[in-house]
Design a protein around this ligand. Structure first.
Ligand code: ADP
Length: 322
């Protein structure tokens, strides 16, 4: 069997580990892996080639994705998806492994439904916002990168007795923000799914902390739908409360870098697992992790609501900031 593999949407550290495992497990079971470049964009253009085991030398420890990635607006159109299915058929590719986030999985779900392409997903997004899995590739690396950066900011914040707003990634998800805030002892965290994301709560929290004698504070802000949220919050705090503060947007630093051991291990485990399942004739699933165990979910689960950060983690941030 020829098995195609692509990476799609936002790149995430650990994607290379998954590519390598797909290619080498396929090889070990007598299948042939094909690399599809630039996600669905490359699929539409027929930009694909056989990917031998040796093509994966030295990629395990590298961030990003050697197959490159893209966002591809055309893939929302049924006639374009028909072209993609034709390219796969012409190359004799019977199964497609998609490494990406919820958008990429939605695309795989609809491609399989419309054209009977056997699809399988590996969660790859630093947002960690897929239903049916507690982990996605890149989250652990991005989290550690953000925490390391904020540790540095903390040094200067406490030296100057200053307030810092630090924006982390997470489009519609506060998963990265809440975990980062907890891990770096932030004074507060603002994120989209928060039960109380109000400006007033933030200000009264900062006031209380000042009265307790704290002279420096770190507030972690999830970027939300539009990047630049921390800047907007900072402007308002300066204008209405005359606070001396600095805003830091961590930005794409969070996407890059060598994947952590955990992202490499799960990329490898998931890559092997999808190929073993495809080898057994399974299709229309994505792998994940629940309570420490490797699981598989039907691809249609991606249409369910996205997970939200556990509420108690957000509360814990303010309790522990005392
Ligand atoms: P991620 O996979 O990281 O969530 P996106 O949401 O940008 O990233 O999705 C990646 C790509 O998947 C999109 O650029 C598009 O080509 C395709 N895609 C996303 N959602 C759909 C959909 N509902 N139908 C068809 N294709 C989709």
């Amino acid at each position: 069997m020829k098995i195609g593999v692509l990476t799609s949407g936002g790149d995430a550290p650990g994607m290379n580990a998954a590519i390598r495992a797909v290619v080498r497990q396929a090889d070990a079971l007598g299948h042939e892996a094909w690399g599809i470049h630039r996600g669905y964009q490359g699929l539409l253009e027929g930009d694909m080639e056989p990917m031998p085991s040796r093509a994966c030398a030295n990629i395990l420890q590298r961030g990003g994705t050697v197959l490159h990635t893209a966002r591809c607006a055309e893939f929302h159109q049924p006639e374009q998806r028909a072209i993609a299915a034709e390219h796969l058929k012409a190359a004799g590719i019977e199964a497609l492994v998609v490494i990406g986030g919820d958008g990429s999985f939605r695309a795989a779900e609809v491609l399989q439904r419309e054209h009977s392409v056997a699809c399988a997903g590996i969660p790859g997004t630093i947002d960690n916002d897929l239903p049916g899995t507690e982990r996605t590739l890149g989250f652990d690396t991005a989290l550690n990168t953000a925490v390391e950066a904020i540790d540095r900011i903390r040094d200067t914040a406490s030296s100057h007795g200053r307030l810092f707003l630090v924006e982390v990634m997470g489009r519609a998800s506060g998963m990265l923000a809440v975990h980062t805030a907890l891990a770096c002892g932030a004074e507060a965290v603002l994120y989209p799914e928060s039960p109380d994301d109000s400006f007033e709560t933030l200000v009264s929290g900062l006031n209380a902390s000042w009265l307790r004698g704290k002279r420096s504070s770190i507030v972690v802000v999830a970027e939300g739908d539009t990047a630049g949220r921390a800047m907007a919050v900072g402007e308002r705090l300066k204008r209405d409360y005359a606070l001396d503060l600095r805003v830091v947007v961590l930005g794409h630093i969070q996407r890059g870098g060598s994947p952590t051991a955990m992202d490499r291990i799960w990329g490898s485990r998931w890559g092997c697992e999808v190929v073993r399942r495809l080898d057994r004739g399974e299709r229309g699933f994505y792998v994940g992790m629940v309570a420490g165990a490797l699981v598989a979910q039907p691809l249609s689960r991606v249409l369910e609501p996205q997970p939200v950060p556990p509420g108690d983690l957000g509360r814990m941030v303010s309790v522990l900031a005392r």
